[in-house]
Design a protein around this ligand. Structure first.
Ligand code: NCW
Length: 441
């Protein structure tokens, strides 16, 4: 069980759990269009065991049971994402009514159970038809995305508690276009530079379009990694500083200062879109809240042979999760405090935090992970960070992108053969924190 009490976090503090459409829905029927993850995952070599999200957790059909799990756990809120290709199969134009009907049922189901809907518009499942037109490399994506955002607002906006534009722009830009790990799997600095700008331009364009429609509680969710030098040598400290720029400051400086950090720009400059600086007022258009995803820290060393970004991540000494990420709760306190001290005083939410384990329902290491990170939230609050809520990643074991189904982040175990859901001990720990009870369903 956790060593914290619910009241420690403040009266209106929200607890929730998070998921993403492609990772749980399955249900590739009823007019849903193709996404870049459908093609990326079936292309050999991209994903562990070539696993795909075709069936995933069958949440498309089993959502009432999943919402019951949230309600029974005592959670206040559910962070979920809309699948763009389910709502607009070609990315622009014709709306798929059956897709609208699905999210109508899902959102009404949340409200019936007293769960606040925290929506994300884009969690990585770009319609393939838009990838055919260049995807995040095409500046027009800002307008495609804003039109989609307005369509969501018109259909569901009155029932959403908050709306986030993009989940983890670093992953959309760098992991997907520079490192080749996620769809569309590019390894190209020019593609990465363009995607890094267009994803933030799309965010800002959508925020302005939503505001014009009366949208409220608008934000974005970024992921952060605390970057540290592998040694105290100046060149390794410099490598860590550069990684901090690539991963953290590009997004923080862009969103809150309207200016990309000069150390990262020095590497990206020859590849940036023309006149990108003229877009920075749109990129930094004001938002109402900011979502922080945090999982781990990284140790970096100088690696001059590596070309444009002369650094390498090295293996760290701390206890690791099943995905190999070091467990470092102090990093969450550090990042929340840093954001509120250096960047913004808008409300912060921890929109994702959690750990991967392998198969099983008894997960004491995950309870310890959550306990440590909840303690970090309290410590950050004491240091002045206005943290209003915390979402565990994830409600369910699910499709972990390039890792396939092997790595399990869920509070609830999923047997993929039978689709049976079984709450893990970590779910019980939240239930006991949130309801004071340790009920079985
Ligand atoms: S992969 C990733 N995740 C996990 C995913 O399930 C979720 O959808 C994401 O929001 C858990 O939380 C996020 N994040 C990518 C982390 C960066 C990996 C760094 C690899 C460097 C080569």
């Amino acid at each position: 069980m956790f060593s914290h009490k619910r009241a420690d976090f403040g009266e209106d503090f929200l607890f929730g759990a998070a998921t993403a459409a492609y990772q749980i829905e399955g249900g590739q029927t009823d007019g849903r269009g193709s996404s870049i993850w459908d093609t990326f995952s079936t292309t050999p070599g991209n994903v562990h065991n070539s696993e795909t999200g075709k069936f995933a957790c069958d949440h498309y059909n089993r959502w009432p049971e999943d919402l019951d799990l949230l309600a029974d756990g005592g959670f206040d809120a559910y962070r979920f994402s809309f699948a763009w290709p389910r709502l607009i199969p070609e990315g622009v134009g014709q709306v798929n009514q059956k897709g609208v009907d699905f999210y109508d049922r899902l959102i009404d189901g949340m409200l019936e159970r007293g769960l606040k809907p925290f929506a994300t518009l884009y969690h990585w499942d770009l319609p393939s038809a838009l990838q055919d037109k260049g995807g995040w490399l095409n500046r027009d994506i800002a307008d495609w995305f804003a039109d989609y955002a307005v369509m969501v607002h018109k259909n569901f906006g009155d029932r959403l508690e908050t709306t986030a534009t993009i989940n983890e722009p670093w992953c959309v830009a760098f992991l997907s276009h520079m490192l080749g790990v996620h769809a569309p799997g590019y390894r190209d600095i020019r593609a990465a530079a363009r995607a890094s700008h267009h994803v933030l331009l799309a965010h800002g364009t959508a925020i302005n379009a939503l505001r014009a429609e009366g949208g409220k509680n608008l934000g974005i969710v970024c992921n952060f990694e605390v970057a540290q030098g592998a040694t105290g040598k100046p060149e390794d400290m410099g490598a860590a500083r550069l990684w901090d720029g690539i991963f953290n400051r590009w997004y923080l400086d862009g969103l809150f200062k309207g200016k990309y950090p000069s150390d990262v720009l020095a590497h990206f400059a020859p590849h940036m879109p023309d006149d990108f600086a003229d877009d920075m007022a749109v990129v930094s258009t004001p938002i109402d809240w900011f979502g922080v995803n945090y999982y781990t820290r990284g140790l970096y060393e100088h690696a001059p042979e590596r070309g444009a970004f002369p650094l390498r991540k090295v293996d760290g000494p701390l206890e690791k999760t099943a995905i190999g990420w070091e467990i470092f709760p102090e990093g969450l306190e550090e990042i929340l405090t840093r954001i509120s001290a250096d960047y913004t005083d808008i409300p912060l939410y921890v929109t994702e935090n959690g750990m991967a384990e392998i198969e099983g329902t008894d997960d004491p290491r995950r309870i310890a992970y959550y306990n440590g990170h909840l303690g970090a939230v309290l410590a950050a609050q004491k240091r002045g960070a206005d943290v209003r809520g915390y979402f565990g990643w994830s409600l369910l074991d699910n499709y972990e992108w390039a890792e396939g189904y092997d790595k399990r982040f869920g509070l609830v175990h999923v047997d993929y053969k039978t689709q049976k859901r079984t709450p893990k001990s970590s779910y019980r720990a939240f239930q006991s924190l949130l309801t004071g009870a340790n009920r079985s369903r």
